[in-house]
Design a binder for this molecule. Sequence first.
Ligand SMILES: *Cc1c(COP(=O)(O)O)cnc(C)c1O
Length: 396
Amino acid sequence: MNARLQSWLGDQIQTLKDQNLYKVPKILETAAGGRVRMNGKEVVNLASNNYLGLANHPNVVAAAHEAIDRWGVGAGAVRWIGGTMSVHEELEERLAKFKHTEAVLVFTGGFTANSGTIPAVVTDKDVIISDELNHASIIDGVRLSAAKYKKSEGYVYPHKDMEALEKILQNTQSFEKRMIITDGVFSMDGDIAPLPTIVELAEKYDAFVMVDDAHASGVLGKNGAGSTSHFNLYGRVDIQLGTLSKALGVVGGYIAGSAVLKDWLINRGRPYLFSTAHPPMVAAALIAALDVMENDPEPMRRLWDNTRWWKAALNEAGFDTMGSETPITPVYVGDEGKAQEMERALWEEGVYALAIVFPTVGRGKARIRTMPSAAHTQADLEFALQAFKRVRDRLS
Ligand SMILES: *Cc1c(COP(=O)(O)O)cnc(C)c1O
């Protein structure tokens, strides 16, 4: 053990603790659901991205079992060296139909779909224009690219500020290609990107658009097909990223777009080239999850019923939900220490919801992030609401 490294790591951890930014994961002892056991305690789980309850849906679980019996548990190689099974191909075909795009390429995660795709579609002659609240995996993908992208150089626009975006587009006309990149649904605020305006501006200034629909997948649009479907922008968003890890309940990410885009990413998307394919049961479970989404409107209806009820109840009780428009419902706190105190108090009351603090959100903008889902009953949400009220009264 190198003493220099060990003591540096210890110092870093201490700094995080001093700033109330230190995290310790709690351990789930049951399937991800609305009510779970964690660290030995029964709690209402308001922190899961399992929006539609598909992570343990019986059809999805059965499909995974069957796939294990047929294919075993591993793909054995990266996609282009013998790791592509027909079940992987079937999933991509199904997703392309679902998204109304020519083609889809699946990556092992949404994170790697971002970090593999963004650097592959731009060069040092290009610029990437970003919303300031884009997800960490977009930011990492952007940083891996050779393009210009820096905030200090003027290529990041204030959150959803379309006038600022237009100014940047006017000032960057000498670049060869220009990519505008945004979350479809912002993961910590729960608001929706103004995609119709972004697309219009992109068309006006000959730029192209990439949208990260991690939190719109299964949540917005027809049967949960995402923000392009929600805004009826079919054929006008060049690159759509979806996740298979959140509402679809399993794991993975995909890029939906043109056939030539897919072709290029097969040849130049580094995580596709250098990381092993999904286990076949993952692809099979995802096909079953898509079947549920396309044929059973009930989970999405429950998700949105619960979402509307939860937001209205919080607002009525005087909590600030920060203009959220989707199931992601932040409860504004501000101070990091206070948010973490609130998280602990909620836990004592039997509610698991996380304080989201810097660097995930800006300093002084801490919040408790809550995620109602199709897996919650009305009683679960009532219970959580009473806990929020008691904790507020106790801490104020
Ligand atoms: C969760 C998330 C990702 C990463 O997706 P995974 O499939 O979990 O790797 C990417 N982008 C956004 C906006 C996300 O919220």
